[in-house]
Every structure is written in structure tokens, then in C-alpha cells.
Write a protein that binds this ligand. Structure first.
Ligand SMILES: *Cc1c(COP(=O)(O)O)cnc(C)c1O
Length: 402
């Protein structure tokens, strides 16, 4: 039998070393729990990167995948296949959008949305093609999305960046106004920044962005790859802010673990025509069957509302930890996307200590832990996680000054 040490050696020998992988070989999951090849159990508060909003191995999703795999997995989009049609319908019925295109990932969804924005600019704004995005955003790792992602460490080694993206300060409407020129065709923002450290904007920020876009006829686009599908406590994150974007992108939780993305737009801005865009796997029957099963559970059982309640409970517990430990600087978030910021860089050490004690969390910044458990997480599981985290806060020492 292959043991964990061998798996690690294989990875070390064969892989491009682009991930600082944790030394765990995970073989099975159920709900909020995952199990490694040694039979150890962990509470998974990373949820496969905010993907498993219904938890691991949700019976409805598993059944849908099994069933679809036995029928038809893939045809080209030259033909109709039914799972993607059902998923399109449920997403449009529950959002402010009219049209959808299916992709395979978040980066691809944003690429497609950016193409739509450029065509819109070409047709209706005299060839305007620039998209305003924000610092500390994350939009993916393709050539264009590295330019959209306003973080130096995703950009430095790959310059010159693809032209057509302008990065400005987040949560600052004046920065967007100042950056707007006759070349601007769209603004793309996350309702809450996830990878950038869980940054929640002022309650009226998105409203102001929407108003500005309307005034200047720019497309108001939201990247809901992380905030979509219930994460913030509503099915889509924009619903928390009283706005209706023109374009939205989804991925992560959309396929409930199967690789699936999408971008949606209002009818008025549906400028793509036959031949403009496409994807071999986009809308694949297997991934959209998983997505449809998950979306149906999400809606039928009102999982987003549950996430909102659990989020309040979790935030309350974390706020108490802030009172208890003097080096905790900030607890912030919305729904079940929560950031826990420290006054020093002990986040990686905390993550490792939690892991030793059976809790998986994400060290999203050197000084910030990000919690993104399945939305189905129970209060008892939250209690257990907070207990482990509290103990880690008490035992992990402050880093030595550099
Ligand atoms: C993860 C993420 C992406 C990129 O998604 P991939 O599927 O990794 O390409 C884009 N935008 C946001 C907001 C994300 O969180």
C-alpha cells in the first residue's frame, strides 16, 4: 500500500512546485468533515476553496453525478443537453439576469465577461475597451486576469501585462471616477473581496458603483466566483447590497465540486453572437448536472438563509476571541466568508496548529485567517472549530521580530 510519505515524494519528484502543499493526503469527505489516508478526521473550514457550499459528498450531488455519468457526460455545444438547460433556468429565475454562458472556471468566466464588455464598448461606446478593477482583488490567473487582479505578486513576473485593465483602490468610488476615461467600458468588482483578505466594502459602495456606471453607460460587473451560491447569506452576494449588476460571474461553488463557471448578463447587454465565444467543456453535462442538483438544494432548503444565521453565530464567537486575545486586530466578513486579522504575522503558524488538532483553515494573508466552511456547517461544528482555534491562539507564540 502506498503511504503518505510516498505520495509526498511523488509530488516532490514530478510536479512543478507551484503550491506550498500541506502534508495531508485527503481521501474522503462527508459534510464538514474530511479524512486522510491515516484515518485522521478534520473539520474542513476551507471547503475546497469555498467550493463545497453543501459540504463534501452531498447525497443529492453525488446521486446526480452518478446518474448523469451513466447517461451522457459530454457533447459539444452544437447539440442540446438537458442538465445545463435546467441549471440555466434556475440561476436566471433566481437572479436579476436574463442570459448565461457556461465556462469551466472562475478565470474563464471573467475572461468571457471581459470579452462581452469589450464588445459592448466597441459597439456602443466608440471602441472603449478598458475595464476598471480594484487593488487586492482576485479574478484568476490567465494572462488577462492577472492584469485584472490588482495584486503585485500576481503581476510582477509576467509583465508586460495584457493591456485594458486599470487597478484602483477598493471601496473608494472617487478612485473609480478618477480612473474613468472615454476608453472605459466596464467596472468589475467583488461584492466582498475574498482572496484579498476578506474585505467588506461600505454598505453603499456597490450602489455608488452602480450609479456611476449607469451615468457613464459603463457595464457594472460583479465577480461572484467566491461570493455567489449562498456564501454571503443570500444566493448571490449583490443581493446583500441592494443593487442589480449588468453582468455577474460565477464558479467555485457553482459545480458543488465539479469544475464549472458561468457569466450572466441582462438582456440589454447581451451583445455576444454566434462565433463570438465558445468552450468545449463549458456546460458539460456532468458538471452542470452536479450544479443543477446543488442549486436546487440551495434554493429548496434556503441554504443561503441558513448561512446567514450560522455566520452571525460564528462571528459572535470569533468576536469573543478578539476580546480574549489582545493581538487579534479585526474580525470581519459576511455570511460564512470571514476574515480574522492579527496584529502580527502568525497566521501560517496558527493554520498549522489548527491542522494538528483537526481543523483546516486558510492563511489567506500572513496576518489573516480566512474561514469559509460549508454553508451546511452545524453550530456544534462551529463550537468545536472555535475551541480548536482558541487553543491555537493561546499556544502559538508571536513571531520573532525580523
Ligand atoms: C477563485 C476566484 C477566481 C478564479 O477562479 P478559478 O476557478 O481558480 O479560475 C476568480 N474570482 C474570484 C473572486 C475568486 O475567488
Amino acid at each position: 500500500m502506498t503511504n503518505a510519505t510516498d505520495w509526498k515524494a511523488i509530488e516532490a519528484k514530478y510536479y512543478m512546485q507551484v503550491v506550498r502543499r500541506r502534508p495531508l493526503v485527503l481521501v474522503r469527505g462527508e459534510g464538514t468533515k474530511v479524512f486522510d489516508d491515516q484515518g485522521r478526521e478534520f473539520l474542513d473550514f476551507t471547503a475546497g476553496w469555498a467550493v463545497l457550499n453543501l459540504g463534501h459528498a452531498h447525497p443529492a450531488v453525488t446521486a446526480a453525478i452518478r446518474d448523469q455519468a451513466g447517461q451522457i457526460m459530454q457533447m459539444s455545444n452544437l447539440y442540446y443537453t438537458t442538465p445545463q438547460l435546467k441549471l440555466a433556468q434556475i440561476l436566471i429565475d433566481h437572479s436579476c439576469f436574463d442570459r448565461i454562458f457556461f465556462a469551466n472556471s472562475g478565470a474563464e468566466a471573467n475572461e468571457g465577461a471581459s470579452k462581452l464588455a469589450r464588445k459592448y464598448g466597441k459597439q456602443r461606446l466608440n471602441g472603449a475597451h478598458e475595464i476598471i478593477t480594484t487593488f487586492n482583488s482576485f479574478h484568476g490567473r490567465t494572462q488577462a486576469m492577472m492584469a485584472a487582479t490588482g495584486q503585485p505578486h500576481y503581476q510582477e513576473n509576467w509583465k508586460p501585462l495584457m493591456p485594458g485593465f486599470v487597478n484602483v483602490e477598493y471601496n473608494n468610488i472617487d478612485a473609480i471616477k478618477r480612473a474613468t476615461t472615454d476608453k472605459t467600458c466596464a467596472v468589475l468588482v467583488e461584492p466582498v473581496q475574498g482572496e484579498g483578505g476578506v474585505n467588506v466594502p461600505a454598505p453603499d459602495y456597490l450602489k455608488k458603483v452602480q450609479a456611476w456606471c449607469k451615468e457613464k453607460k459603463l457595464l457594472f460587473m460583479v465577480d461572484e466566483v467566491q461570493t455567489g451560491m449562498g456564501r454571503l447569506g443570500t444566493l448571490f452576494g449583490y443581493q446583500q447590497f441592494g443593487v442589480e449588476p449588468d453582468v455577474m460571474t460565477l464558479a467555485k461553488a457553482l459545480g458543488a465540486g465539479a469544475p464549472l463557471g458561468a457569466f450572466l448578463c441582462k438582456q440589454e447587454f447581451s451583445v455576444l453572437e454566434p462565433g463570438d465565444h465558445g468552450s468545449t467543456f463549458g456546460g458539460n453535462a456532468l458538471t452542470t448536472a452536479a450544479g443543477w442538483a446543488a442549486a436546487k438544494v440551495m434554493v429548496d432548503e434556503n441554504i443561503p438563509a441558513k448561512a446567514a444565521r450560522t455566520g452571525v453565530y460564528f462571528m459572535g464567537k470569533l468576536a469573543a476571541l478578539k476580546e480574549k486575545h489582545s493581538f487579534v486586530r479585526d474580525v470581519r466578513g459576511m455570511g460564512l466568508l470571514i476574515g480574522f486579522e492579527l496584529a502580527d504575522n502568525r497566521s501560517a503558524a496558527l493554520m498549522q496548529e489548527c491542522e494538528k488538532n483537526g481543523l483546516l483553515v486558510n492563511s489567506v494573508r500572513p496576518n489573516t485567517i480566512r474561514f469559509m466552511p460549508p454553508l451546511t456547517v452545524s453550530n456544534a461544528e462551529i463550537d468545536r472549530a472555535v475551541e480548536i482555534f482558541d487553543r491555537a491562539l493561546s499556544t502559538v507564540p508571536a513571531p520573532k521580530p525580523a
